[in-house]
Ligand binder design. Sequence first.
Ligand SMILES: *[C@@H]1O[C@H](CO)[C@@H](O)[C@H](O)[C@H]1NC(C)=O
Length: 453
Amino acid sequence: MNCSRMIKSLVLLTLCLVGVCSGKVGQQKRHLVCFYDSSSFIKEGLGKLVIDELEPALQFCDYLIYGYAGLERSSHKAVSLNEQLDLDLGKGLYRTVTRLKRLYPSLRILLSVGGDKDIEKSEDAKDLPNKYLELLENPTGRTRFVNTVYTLVKTYGFDGIDIAWQFPKNKPKKFHSGVGSVWKGFKKVFTGDFIVDEHAVDHKEQFTSLLRDVKNAFRPDNLLLSTTVLPNVNASLFFDVPAVINYLDFVNIAAFDFYTPQRNPELADYAAPLYELSERNPEFNVDAQVKYWLRNSCPASKINVGVASYGRPWKMTDDSGETGVPPVSKVVDEAPVGGNTQLHGIYSWPETCALLPNQNNAYAKGANAPLTRVRDPAKRSGNYAYRAADKKGDNGIWISFEDPNTAADKAIYVKNNNLGGVALFDLAYDDFRGVCTGDIYPILRAIKYRLIN
Ligand SMILES: *[C@@H]1O[C@H](CO)[C@@H](O)[C@H](O)[C@H]1NC(C)=O
């Protein structure tokens, strides 16, 4: 046994002593579902998460969900979105990842389809109809999907599939800036007068058929089927909960990104509150999303609360004020791109952490000055951090983010409500190198610790 293996075994043993094995009678085991977006594998620089660095996370995960496969337009096949990465000659990442089960025999590994990552880049693609809805409308297409998804799962050794169907999203509220207009804007949201999909009733029914057919195809092999409700998808429009829940092993509710710089470029607000906040849309919080499923007779044990390991940054302008208290108006979607993730409008936890007050930035000025961090002792809204714009209107920033403490609060919520567990989106945005405090995967481990204690 080499040293790192031995350390892993010791960690496992410790976890065991701490709680997993002590399993009080009648207490259900809570699950930790870990999403791994494989696009992080092909990043340059520090955002790159390779298998050796993924491995230390796996002792904490009950399920690993590999993202993301997609749909081929018109043929309705389930396909890899990056064949060179996923499939190539036995060296592909699909097989590399499913082989990890040899080292972690109790880990179940699923392939996820959709996940807002199946985006066609070509110029004319944005005018094409949503292929996820087209597939649902076509019975032959549904059969094609079921057959091809089954083949992918069997060929590459997955334990099942997660369906993160790309349904149309709620339209973000646009509001016109001007004195007092922020609150008027919110009132309009409450009336919910947007039609997201004129054929939602049909699509809901067809989606139920799709899940039923996938489950029927999977049953002889005991394969798993889960679904992920993507951020800002209105479950009441597309998920017939009492019907679909029979076909699902669990549901991951991605209850975050209620506000994002892309969707809400003019107004910064909490991205993923746990409970309803005053003067906000009553549906824009974890609790409301969970209650919707519970109210519709979903067993609590099948619900996994989605927790984002990333933050959402806006740029504060000189009109955004000095206080940082959300909602913050007159912001713009122009926060600097994170050095590791290299993505617009998203900071991994280590990227946010580096901006918070620490030894390195204590005396820094301007663009490097530490942000003011505002915690959430009431455990309702989550954290934010900000730096008001300077006199020239530069260097302003406002970030809504999850940290190990707020993620732990969500795990406690899961326990208190007897839910199935937590789904973490995504391992690649947690601090897998331990640059923030020296501990690797701090968000993942904070969740695990709370789920089992
Ligand atoms: C979701 O749809 C329901 C109708 O099924 C509607 O009442 C509600 O306002 C919608 N929620 C959002 C956030 O758009």
